[in-house]
Design a protein around this ligand. Structure first.
Ligand SMILES: NC(=O)c1ccc[n+]([C@@H]2O[C@H](COP(=O)([O-])OP(=O)(O)OC[C@H]3O[C@@H](n4cnc5c(N)ncnc54)[C@H](O)[C@@H]3O)[C@@H](O)[C@H]2O)c1
Ligand SMILES: [Zn+2]
Ligand SMILES: [Zn+2]
Length: 377
């Protein structure tokens, strides 16, 4: 099969690899129909992780079941499925508690909980930016979809970013009628904004500096805020009579930067603390890492000096971490089918697998108009 391979900093290639095989009775093999490039892939692409050269990338996968192991009873050959990015066993304490993103069995790396396809530190699993993908614990992990090809570009957001955006609003404790500020208008931020609107937000501010991404935020009736032109904290405070938004979502991550591109890992956390009300909630789904030698100062060791003093004084709450996709993907699938959610609004490019290097390069540069790239093997 053909697969997208990480070759080193800012270098990927499409190569021939052996087809995956059933390795455990609960495995399934999925023939990929759509697989997306994620902002999380860019952390690896930019050489900011310890991902090994030769890794097959891709954790946002959907397709049709090609083969099942002898222990698989629910899922069948021919089923159209969405593959959550979390690889979960279904029976450990974390999985039983609904926290599939912290599965205690699937990541063999000492001290790590939670596994994913084609990702640094998330276990020895190949990714799905390929023609075929092996899925462990298939009965537990795979989400069934209506057969055919309807809603393909909406359903493809169910493997990660739509549940992740929704999780951001959930971690923030969002209730109907709340005002919400979302930092980052990348795919995850736009999904958080879409989720907040569906959940009945009174108003949603979306902060970024890329005009194309802010335009998409405006297209779903959110208030775009360009941080290269104005101070986002002031804008939110002005709109909320000085108290701040009820909830805030962080969809940027530790590579947060100023308008000139210089990284300040604490910048967005500080802005969240300042622009959300006292006793408000913060949902942090942008990724922060325990170590990155290329980060400035103490952030190289994961120590990020955000304004904890004001955070405490305001009595805010913060939730963090990888999203447990399975907690939300069924309901979000049904919102898509019912026409109440259309996460495909942010798709900008549909490319063949061979064009993955171009897709990575342009999405990484956040070139105008490159908001979300889908690969169609
Ligand atoms: N928690 C999870 O389960 C999960 C899942 C998927 C992705 N993520 C993470 O979510 C983050 C966003 O992913 P994405 O796919 O949207 O990627 P992205 O990198 O395309 O989007 C990030 C956006 O943040 C903007 N930004 C940078 N500095 C900013 C600042 N100071 N203020 C406001 N906006 C700023 C950028 O312009 C960019 O548009 C990444 O860190 C990714 O790893 C987390
Ligand atoms: Zn992703
Ligand atoms: Zn588990």
């Amino acid at each position: 099969m053909k697969a997208v391979i990480y070759q080193g900093e800012r270098s990927i290639a499409v190569e021939e690899r052996p087809d995956p095989t059933i390795q455990a009775p609960g495995d399934a093999i999925v023939r990929i129909t759509t697989t997306n490039i994620c902002g999380s892939d860019l952390h690896m692409y930019e050489g900011r992780t310890e991902v090994e050269e030769g890794t097959v990338l891709g954790h946002e996968n959907m397709g049709v079941v090609e083969e099942v192991g002898p222990g698989v009873t629910r899922v069948q050959k021919g089923d159209r499925v969405s593959v959550p990015f979390n690889i979960a066993c279904g029976t450990c304490p974390s999985c039983l508690g609904g926290w599939t993103s912290f599965c205690e069995r699937t990541n063999p790396i000492e001290g790590m909980q939670g596994a994913a396809y084609g990702y640094a530190n998330m276990g020895p699993y190949d990714g799905g930016q390929a023609e075929l993908l092996r899925v462990p614990y298939a009965d537990f992990n795979l989400l069934g979809l209506p057969e055919g090809t309807d809603f393909e570009n909406d359903f493809t957001m169910l493997s990660d970013i739509f549940p992740t955006g929704w999780h951001g609003t959930e971690l923030a404790g969002m209730q109907p009628g709340d005002s919400v500020v979302v930092y980052g208008a990348g795919p995850v931020g736009l999904m958080a904004a879409h989720s907040a609107m569906i959940r009945g937000a009174s108003e949603v501010f979306v902060v970024d500096q890329h005009p194309d991404r802010l335009k998409l935020a405006a297209s779903i009736d959110c208030i775009p805020v360009d941080f290269s032109q104005t101070d986002p904290v002031e804008v939110v405070l002005e709109h909320t009579k000085g108290t701040g938004a009820d909830r805030g979502v962080e969809a940027v991550g530790w590579q947060a930067h100023d308008p000139a591109g210089e990284e300040h890992p604490e910048l967005v956390l500080d802005n969240l603390v300042k622009s959300v009300k006292a006793h408000g909630g913060l949902g942090v789904v942008g990724v922060y890492v325990p170590a990155d030698p290329k980060s400035p100062g103490a952030a190289a060791e994961g120590r990020i000096g955000f304004d904890y003093g004001t955070f405490f004084t305001k009595g805010q709450q913060m939730g963090t971490g990888q999203a447990p996709v399975k907690r939300y993907n069924r309901q979000l699938r049904d919102l898509i089918i019912a026409g109440r959610a259309t996460p495909s609004f942010l798709v900008s490019h549909e490319l063949g697998l061979d064009e993955a290097p171009v897709g990575y390069d342009n999405f990484d540069k956040r070139l105008d108009g490159w908001t979300k790239v889908l690969l169609k093997p």
